[in-house]
Design a protein around this ligand. Structure first.
Ligand code: GMT
Length: 373
């Protein structure tokens, strides 16, 4: 099949899922065209089945806001015609599904029927999409997609609760590739932590929903009882406040702020615990990435997290903001080597439920249906 993928090219989860999906589809012999404003961070182009088409939005002083959707929908039409693309798969409803709909309409006028699959990722529904300024257009885009998928049961439920739609939504969980060949660099661990210290890690875009202050507070509680270091990977608006809080609590020297890193897997490989106390999380791909590297998870029980992190098996879940409970649970996991080993092994085992081989065929099935509808 010839598939166009539209996504955000940044470090965010939806862009990562879309890129990994495209790469996997290309491995399986499909022709994949990424259409977005910058080359996705995880996209390597050394594959004859992978194409990247950049959407350019020329700056024009008359426009207070440059019309990205217009440029995207035009590019989609041009690329579909040039390459004979058969399916459009948009990740993150805003504004991709809306631009996709416009492209569909333009193509229809030219006798081309382009089926559109929209994958909802979370904040496009629960935070941004739900804003009254966007809601009407998001409802419209969902209702006018040929197929809609969501990354968790919880997100599906929220979509029905928040939007005026009766559209069938197929739940296709996020997936993770096998990480067994990622090498555990003992020497790199030694750069940041002593032998006797546990390594606790967090990865995100440091937005408010991630409750970054809770992470610092949880770590504060952990290191009072067990020698530990905290690895903070990612960047975003909450980082400065987190650094300040760490200083106030006197633990700044026990925390490494890496910023956005391409070393995520290798850091996870030497981590002992992953923290994700988010306010809302449709799925929690970062938690799954941690589990695939044998790292148990302390998370909140928000959104789709209970579909990923299994209470008492792969980690623990607590109510949002219950820092004390999260510290207690973290200590339960970290306090002795035997328990830690068991949680690590459970985390890895459970991550296999979300393997590429189990999940990617679910998307292929939707594409076949879309082509034959
Ligand atoms: O919040 C993020 O981490 C970024 C955001 C995005 O749109 O890229 O992530 C959302 O999509 C991910 C991939 O499906 C999910 O794993 C995240 O849980 C989801 N974020 C939220 O729902 C807050």
């Amino acid at each position: 099949m010839k598939i166009a993928i539209v996504c955000y090219p940044t470090f965010g989860g939806s862009g990562v899922v879309a890129t990994e999906l495209g790469l996997e589809l290309a491995q399986r012999g499909h022709e994949v065209h990424f259409i977005t404003y910058r080359q996705p961070v995880r996209l390597a182009l050394l594959n004859p089945n992978i194409f990247y088409h950049e959407v350019n939005v020329p700056e024009y002083p008359l426009f207070h806001y440059q019309p990205y959707e217009l440029a995207l929908s035009s590019k989609l039409v041009d690329m579909v015609k040039l390459y004979g693309i058969e399916i459009l798969h948009v990740h993150y409803a805003i504004p991709h599904a809306f631009a996709g709909y416009m492209a569909k309409q333009m193509l229809k006028e030219q006798g081309i029927d382009l089926p559109m699959v929209t994958t909802l990722h979370g904040t496009d529904i629960t935070l941004v999409g739900n804003h009254p300024f966007y809601k009407t257009a998001v409802s419209f885009s969902i209702n006018n997609s040929d197929f809609v998928t969501s990354v968790s049961e919880d997100l599906k439920k929220s979509t029905y609760e928040l939007f005026d739609t009766k559209k069938d939504i197929a739940v296709i969980p996020n997936f993770i590739e096998d990480k067994s060949d990622v090498i555990e660099h003992k020497c790199r661990r030694n750069l940041f932590a002593n032998e006797n210290e546990r390594v606790v890690t967090h990865i995100s875009n440091f937005r408010k929903v991630k409750r970054i202050q809770d992470i610092i507070k949880i770590f504060f509680g952990i290191q009072k009882q067990i020698p530990a270091k905290l690895m903070m990977i990612g960047d975003g608006p909450e980082k400065a406040d987190a650094e300040r809080l760490a200083q106030e609590l006197g633990i700044f020297d026990k925390i490494i702020f890496f910023g956005n890193s391409h070393e995520v897997d290798s850091i996870l490989k030497y981590s002992d615990l992953f923290l994700l106390p988010s306010e809302t999380e449709s799925f929690g791909l970062a938690a799954l990435e941690a589990m695939a590297c044998s790292v148990p998870v302390i998370s909140s029980n928000a959104g789709g997290l209970p579909e990923v992190n299994v209470q008492g098996i792969t980690g623990y879940l607590s109510d949002i903001g219950d820092v004390e409970d999260m510290v207690t649970n973290a200590i339960k996991i970290l306090q002795n080597n035997e328990t830690l080993k068991e949680f690590k092994s459970n985390a890895l085992k459970h991550s296999k439920e979300f393997s590429v081989d189990k999940i990617v065929p679910m998307y292929e099935e939707i594409y076949f249906k879309a082509l034959n509808k």
